[in-house]
Design a protein around this ligand. Structure first.
Ligand code: GDP
Length: 442
């Protein structure tokens, strides 16, 4: 299986980092193909915790090539901080390659992201405010700045100037608001322009980022082709997840890129036939961060147990995640959208002691219609009430289970029910945060 994509099958935070880490051990190359530093994977290795926002999880293996593909948007300041942090912990980052075509998150993207959310008020999307959406928007507008631009000061300055010209109106509004806030806070002194938006400062700073990143900048599509042509295993590591997909997720409460498997081709520069396997990762329950529809959400003690026992707090933001029952209507949708060949179920251990367990098998619309498929219409999804199948729970601690026969019968039945319902095998089950806390089923 030379090309394998690992995809979030729910609303993110499914534990893709750990699955990628396990597969990376048997791969030569790990590639991120979309999203930005809003990802946030956590990997526990020998009791030590590593958090990644941008760099592919495979970086802990010094001999593997880790690629940030052209489909990723990256904040150079954050990438360099992540590189420095890893170096300080003795991790070799020599094999990190960054696509020359990846787009850069500039200071104005971050400012406009926050301003956009504030402006939307109660309709805000719940973005991580890291400038990712505005950066993708500029890419589509053809006024983006790319990694390769960091290596030519003249081009860089011209492109920043052009991009700023497009944003004058929005940036002016921002500075008016800033002035108002200063006045309201009783702050004295002259209003000075935001130094982060000064053309000269921004150019100088980014030229220096370019010097530091230069050893990592590469034609990463070619690197992927060479690896695939040599029969090496390449893992395409998805960030965020299917239900947050810009086209197929719960728009507008979605991310600004396409996290589904098909996007690996665009974001890495490989062909659809280069992807041999698609592994979806889902939790044994469901969580969601930020706003947007979440039919199986629980606001009771069971939800609280999932939150606390599952440590459902965002890696990047620390935000509490919303928790609920596993939604098989949504999961089956994710299986189809991604062309999944296998499923990994993580965090089965978290469900210990919850009896009965419930899984959503269909929705009922506000008008009383039964819905077997994930509704394409936002209003229907907002009003959809899940109908559940009840399954017996288990009381055992699963942390030490390493083979299928170690799992209690109820846990196995739960997994079988899921696999039958969505129509793909469950090959891997997570029974704890540790790397070794997994059960391979096939
Ligand atoms: P990702 O963004 O999809 O990689 O997910 P996160 O890294 O944000 O969340 C995964 C969290 O769950 C991490 O803290 C992992 O250590 C933890 N985790 C992963 N698999 C399991 C599991 O099977 N059981 C438990 N209890 N925790 C897990």
């Amino acid at each position: 299986m030379p090309g394998i994509a690992i995809i979030g099958a729910q609303w993110g935070d499914e534990g893709k980092g750990k699955v990628t880490d396990l597969l990376a051990e048997h791969a030569e190359m790990i590639v991120r193909f979309q999203g930005g530093n809003n990802a946030g994977h956590t990997i526990v290795r020998d009791g030590e915790e590593f958090k990644f926002h941008l760099i592919p999880s495979g970086i802990l293996y010094s001999e593997k090539t880790c690629v940030i593909g052209n489909g990723v948007v990256l904040d150079p300041r954050i990438l360099l901080a992540e590189i420095d942090g890893l170096k300080r912990r003795g991790i070799d980052v020599g094999n990190l390659k960054v696509s020359a075509n990846a787009h850069l998150i500039m200071p104005y993207h971050v400012l406009l992201d926050t301003a956009g959310e504030v402006k939307l008020g109660k309709y805000s999307i719940g973005t991580t405010r890291r400038g990712i959406g505005p950066c993708y928007a500029d890419k589509a507008l053809r006024i983006g700045i790319r990694v390769q631009d960091l290596l030519d000061e003249k081009i860089l300055r011209t492109k920043i100037r052009a991009a700023l010209a497009f944003k004058q109106q929005a940036l002016r509004e921002l500075s008016v608001r800033r002035r108002k806030l200063r006045r309201e806070a009783g702050e004295e002194g002259e209003d000075s322009p935001d130094p982060r938006l000064d053309l000269h400062t921004m150019t100088e700073e980014h030229v220096s980022f370019g010097h530091r990143l230069e050893p990592h900048i590469a034609d990463t599509a070619r690197l992927c082709w060479d690896a695939l042509d040599a029969g090496q295993t390449v893992v395409f590591e998805g960030a965020q997840a299917t239900l947050l997909d810009l086209d197929h997720g719960t728009y507008p409460f979605v991310t600004s890129s396409n996290p589904i498997a098909g996007a690996a081709t665009i974001g890495a520069g490989v062909g659809p036939t280069d992807i041999d396997e698609v592994w979806g990762v889902a939790k044994a329950y469901a969580t969601r961060v930020g706003a947007g529809p979440f039919p199986t959400e629980l606001e009771d003690d069971v939800g609280r147990q999932m939150l606390e026992r599952g440590q459902e707090y965002g890696t990047t933001t620390g935000r509490e995640r919303r928790c609920g029952w596993l939604d098989l209507v949504a999961l089956r949708y994710a299986v189809r959208l991604n062309g999944m060949t296998a499923l990994t179920i993580t965090k089965l251990d978290v469900l210990k002691g919850i009896d009965p367990l419930r899984v959503a098998v269909r929705y009922r619309s506000r008008e009383g219609a039964l819905l077997d498929h994930f509704p394409y219409h936002q209003s229907i999804l907002h009003g959809a009430a899940p109908e559940y199948e009840e399954l017996p729970g288990f009381d055992a601690d699963l942390g030490a289970c390493r083979s299928e026969s170690d799992l209690p019968r109820e846990a196995r039945d739960y997994l079988d029910f899921i696999a039958d319902f969505v129509g793909v095998p469950i090959d891997l089950v997570g029974v704890g945060p540790g790397r070794e806390q997994v059960v391979w089923r096939d």
